[in-house]
Design a protein around this ligand. Structure first.
Ligand code: NAI
Ligand code: NA
Length: 396
């Protein structure tokens, strides 16, 4: 069928298989162009189908010739209805990996559940024996707790007081003021339950209990800090509490891996357009201004450039992994540069509906957003019939 973007609010209901394949291929070509990384050879990526997790899987596979198992939660296609973008991304990734002679299989289901952990454990046992790197890159609005059965919902709210600031509807370009009410009873705990470190630790415990982590295995989860502008709603808000918890969990996991000389890291990444971040108020305006400045300064990166740098210049240099005073890897260093932040803050003051197209990189934001769903990629004929029923046997 002919597939076009169909928007509802901030989400796109359709995805293009050929566009997703083109996007995956572009990322693979980028990694190949940067040369070999002396990294892990057997890699589990939890949250492997989009955003930073997909970039991690591609970097491991095509930068280090790694065998990869990906875990994600995506909708397969049905006749007349497209799959979710991460499904097409994963199908394309696996096709490319197999063509390159690389092992790649995936588990599609709720990573928070015991069943999906068990299915993944069985697959590692059967096919890889052990893994030496576990990337944890889930972004989810909900988590059903595997022990209590409680359905936790994460919220993006400030703590203690109302937060009022500018925001943009990136589809229309309209800049307006938004007020977000503070967290209420349970909001902080629920957000920590979904986006904090408990599930990461559960994964590592489950893998270790089955002796599936190799000597010296490492695990990395992704975090965000961001500027003063968004602090009240992000880092000092409910999601920030979850990130605090995630970061604290890294130390607990490292302790639990002492006997195998393993280590857990949190990497603080740059703000980028992903399905997760486009749903957060205020952040899209910040990102559109940030993109403008970082592109002008020649230091803009997407998810694939970020993860390539994480592997090549942080994790696998052959030397000690550089970390900040809180033990975190920082690949948000260019975003957080003083000169960049000062310029973004100055633009923020001026931004209005009338001048944003000029001041900010609204076009770059939109392009990235459509690209997430496989639209707007060079070399794809969007007027042609596409086969929505892509299927790959290695995804179970
Ligand atoms: P994303 O939305 O692109 O990816 C989320 C992944 O999680 C997908 O593979 C999805 O299938 C998977 N997933 C969600 N719920 C699942 C479930 N129940 N079971 C199995 N898989 C599930 O998100 P993005 O942006 O790549 O986020 C990944 C991590 O990076 C998050 O921790 C996020 O906070 C962090 N991060 C994101 C930044 C950004 O600007 N986008 C900046 C810095 C950190
Ligand atoms: Na991800």
């Amino acid at each position: 069928m002919i597939i076009e973007p169909r928007m509802r609010g901030f989400i796109c209901l359709t995805a293009h298989p050929d566009g997703a394949a083109a996007s995956v291929k572009n990322q693979i070509e980028y990694i190949k162009s940067k040369g070999t990384i002396n990294g892990a050879k057997k890699v589990l990526v939890i949250g492997a189908s989009t955003g930073f997790g997909l970039a991690s899987r591609i970097t491991s596979a095509f930068g280090s010739n790694a065998s990869t198992i990906g875990v994600f939660f995506e909708k397969p296609p049905v006749e007349g209805k497209t799959a979710s973008p991460g499904w097409y991304n994963s199908a394309a990734f696996e096709t490319e990996a197999h063509a390159a002679g690389l092992y790649a299989k995936s588990v599609n289901g709720d990573a928070f559940s015991k069943e999906i952990k068990q299915q993944t454990i069985d697959l590692i046992k059967a096919d890889l024996g052990q893994v030496d790197l576990v990337i944890y890159s889930l972004a989810s609005p909900v988590r059903q707790h595997p022990e209590t059965g409680v359905l936790h919902r994460s919220v993006l709210k400030p703590i203690g007081g109302v937060y009022t600031n500018k925001t943009v509807d990136f589809h229309t370009g309209k800049v307006s003021e938004i007020s977000i009410q503070p967290a209420q009873d349970g909001d902080i705990e629920n957000t920590v339950a979904v986006m904090g470190g408990e599930d990461w630790a559960m994964w590592i415990d489950a893998l270790k209990a089955e002796n599936l982590l190799a000597e010296g295995a490492q695990t990395v989860a992704y975090s965000y800090i961001g500027p003063a502008l968004t602090e009240a709603v992000y880092r000092k808000g409910t999601i920030g509490r979850a990130k605090d918890h995630l970061e604290a969990t890294a130390f607990e996991i490292t302790d639990s891996l002492k006997d195998i000389h393993g280590k857990a890291y949190v990497s603080v990444n740059k703000a980028l357009v992903t399905q997760a971040s486009s749903a957060i108020p205020v952040i899209p305006l910040y990102i559109s201004l940030l993109y403008k400045i970082m592109k002008a300064e020649g230091v803009h990166e997407g998810t694939i450039e970020q993860i390539q740098r994480l592997y090549a210049e942080r994790l696998y240099t052959g030397g000690e992994v550089p970390v900040d005073e809180k033990g975190r890897i920082r690949i948000d260093d260019w975003e957080m540069r003083d000169d960049i932040q000062q310029k973004v803050a100055a633009l923020w003051e001026q931004a209005t509906t009338e001048n944003l197209a000029e001041l900010g990189d609204l076009e770059g934001y939109r392009d990235d957003f459509y690209n997430l769903f496989g639209f707007g990629l060079n070399g794809v004929d969007y007027k042609a019939e596409a086969n929505e029923l892509v299927n790959v046997e290695s995804i179970s």
